[in-house]
Design a protein. Structure first.
Length: 691
């Protein structure tokens, strides 16, 4: 079997944080998803993820005017220079400070980047091989707090910078004796956006409290024409900016302006607010054009395509990515990922669809070809623990901790059947037989397996006998057997289709976490808490092989762990198993950043037979069987250091009395002033707050 797998796409999340971008032709939307960049083709209705990773979550994206070059910067200021057409990383660089904004100049020769209280302008990389593509041109100072936003003038001679010190400063790219950086003040809160008009030096500045100031530029010679003697004096005349008008967005307190974008050719100003509302105005007259509420949480980023017709929005609290056509008032793209952990997934029989279930209580169906989520079921009121497709691919089933198993029709997209137990229980796993007539689910608290009829919805049988929570269920594809695993260190084989249900018990040395039956039904693989995978013959009930994955799984040290990663090695274990189609290999994954593929089929080899009487040039051979349980390949899922537990060793200097520095919010924007409901950590209710 070919094992040359390559990374292709990310499903389950469409936006995490940072800014979104349109391509130069407006057909693509680039969205940061963790430490990767996903691309959504709006014309062809498909998506893919670029095959590179930043060290941490991406905080800023910037694209050159010709659309060939992309710069992605992570939370620590480490960036990648990418050739977008060839999907190749050209250069690694470290700005050594968190970057809040990065913009290419209109002529493509420079790019400006925020650097704490300063702004750095760098020479943009060319299209030829260079030893150091990034070359610092100049550093501009003058602000008293972090710089937040940048914008260039149309001629690339000036740029304006907004800061948290509630001021904006205008700088000249090249040093001029007759130009002094100008400070624009008057705002009462930190700046969110500052923009030049097209082919003009007029400036618009927006602050977090919803104030919009319009600044008009004029030269000193316009007020004192007597001082001008020649055309050169007119060009060298000092520039003056004065406040022309000011406007205020009328939003109820404590709503704040969180993001903005400006389309220069059409004079459209888009503003997003913390209550999920965005507004569209025409400036400088501040004429309202459009207002819409698109989310229950704040809007974190907004972008406009080159034609000004489509608006892209990102909301990190719900993981939403939206593209809105404001003229026709229709959605071009509307995607939302899971905003809690994904617990389970299942492929359809034809491999075209994937169903995922998460702690947010939602079941989502994804198209493998396009990468888009095309339906979301939110009937569950608690975390989803298992999903599976019916053999005809027309029904998807899900189990949940809310005590229900639900069946969803994929033609009408509705919940047409709900399976319940006689008393309230929490279901931990789910399976369906090959005929699609019997549904089984295991419970956490009663240690029983419940069996229902798919056609009638009636409870047929309750299988009792386990002494711990049921952790895994699976039907044999070729035999009338149900395999159940439990934390009581046993696996039971149930013959359910006889007149009297019988079973056979397989004893193991540790708690069972999951079970998987080989496609031909001849073998079952069992993952246990001691990081072993044990294989049993389904016909005889004897053990055939065993794999110890303690050295194969990679486990890092989390910030809250009191012991080292080496001491935590006892916590390694596999939580998911899957056989390959030919049954020769098994795929194993767990609470780790790696996935392992083991070869489990028994193999034969030929050895030369030693004999006393052997003719010259002739060799006799004999066969010898040996166990082939070897690690064939190991995949690293991610290298994102923003995730806890990725490093084996932690820096002792990052530990404080209040906890690890990485888990302490040092930015006022990261502190949520709302108090969540007590005792609610996951699910929809975790988003509710006390008032």
């Amino acid at each position: 079997m070919a094992l040359s797998f390559k990374f292709s796409n990310i499903l389950g999340s469409v936006y995490r944080q940072g800014n979104v971008l349109f391509s130069e032709d407006g057909d693509w939307v680039l969205s940061p998803v963790g430490n990767r960049v996903s691309v959504f083709d709006l014309k062809n209705n498909r998506s893919w993820t670029l095959p590179f990773e930043n060290h941490k979550n991406i905080s800023r994206l910037a694209m050159s005017g010709d659309g060939r070059t992309l710069i992605s910067v992570d939370e620590d200021g480490q960036c990648l220079l990418i050739n977008l057409k060839r999907k190749a990383v050209l250069y690694h660089f470290n700005f050594k400070r968190p970057v809040f904004d990065l913009k290419f100049s209109p002529n493509g020769r420079y790019f400006a980047v925020t650097h704490a209280k300063d702004v750095q302008v760098w020479h943009a990389p060319g299209h030829k091989k260079e030893f150091a593509p990034f070359s610092l041109y100049k550093t501009y100072t003058g602000h008293y707090d972090d710089t937040i936003c940048i914008d260039w003038s149309s001629d690339s001679r000036y740029f304006v910078v907004g800061s948290r010190d509630m001021t904006s400063r205008i700088f000249s790219l090249h040093s001029r004796t007759d130009f002094v950086p100008v400070t624009l003040s008057g705002h009462r809160n930190s700046l969110v956006g500052c923009y030049f008009e097209e082919n003009s030096l007029a400036i618009y500045t927006l602050s977090r409290d919803g104030a919009l100031f319009c600044w008009k530029s004029r030269s000193f010679s316009e007020e004192h024409p007597d001082t001008v003697d020649s055309r050169e004096d007119l060009e060298r005349s000092p520039l003056i900016w004065e406040k022309n008008s000011k406007h205020f967005y009328k939003q109820e307190w404590p709503v704040e302006l969180t993001t903005s974008a400006f389309h220069k050719s059409s004079h459209l100003l888009i503003a997003g607010f913390s209550n999920g509302v965005f507004t569209l105005h025409e400036v400088p007259d501040f004429i309202p054009i459009h207002t819409l509420s698109i989310s229950q949480k704040g809007i974190d980023t907004v972008a406009v395509n080159p034609s000004g017709e489509w608006l892209a929005f990102g909301c990190k609290n719900f993981g939403q990515l939206l593209v809105w056509e404001w003229q026709s008032e229709t959605y071009i793209l509307r995607q939302q990922g899971h905003y809690n952990d994904i617990n389970t997934l299942s492929f359809s029989q034809d491999g075209h669809y994937v169903a995922t279930g998460g702690d947010d209580g939602k079941v989502k169906l994804w198209n493998m070809l396009s990468g888009f989520c095309f339906v979301t079921f939110n009937e569950h009121s608690c975390g989803v623990t298992g999903v599976t497709f019916a053999p005809n691919n027309q029904v998807v089933l899900s189990s949940s901790l809310d005590g229900t198993v639900r069946a969803f029709d994929l033609n009408r997209y509705r919940n047409f059947r709900t399976f319940t137990s006689p008393r309230a229980v929490q279901f931990s796993c789910l399976t369906m037989d090959s005929s699609g007539e019997v549904v089984c689910s295991g419970s956490v608290d009663t240690f029983e397996v419940y069996v229902w009829s798919m056609k009638t919805g009636r409870l047929l049988e309750v299988l009792a006998g386990h002494e711990g929570p049921i952790s895994g269920l699976m039907f044999s594809p070729c035999h009338p057997l149900l395999v159940s695993g439990s934390w009581d260190k046993t696996v039971r084989l149930w013959n359910m289709f006889d007149s009297k249900v019988s079973w056979e018990t397989l004893n193991l040395g540790s708690d069972v976490l999951t079970v998987c039956v080989r496609p031909d039904g001849g073998e079952v693989g069992i993952a246990t808490l001691d990081c072993c995978i044990t294989f049993f013959d389904m016909r005889t009930g004897t053990q055939t092989a065993s794999v110890e994955g303690l050295r194969d799984l990679v486990l890092g040290r989390r910030g809250s762990d009191k012991v080292t990663a080496k001491t935590l090695s006892s916590a390694k274990h596999f939580t998911s198993l899957c056989y390959t189609a030919d049954g020769k290999c098994i795929l194993a994954g767990g609470r780790s950043k790696v996935i392992c593929i083991y070869h489990v089929e028994q193999q034969e080899e030929l050895l030369p037979e030693k004999t006393q009487h052997r003719k010259k040039g002739s060799v006799l051979w004999r066969k010898r069987k040996f166990d082939g349980q070897i690690l064939v390949r190991r995949f690293h899922i991610t290298a994102n250091l923003s995730l806890d537990g990725m490093k084996e060793f932690l820096h002792s200097g990052n530990m404080t009395e209040a906890g690890p520095l990485d888990q302490i919010a040092d930015n006022d924007d990261e502190i949520d002033e709302s108090i969540s409901l007590p005792g609610v950590l996951k699910g929809m209710d975790s988003e509710e707050f006390l008032v």
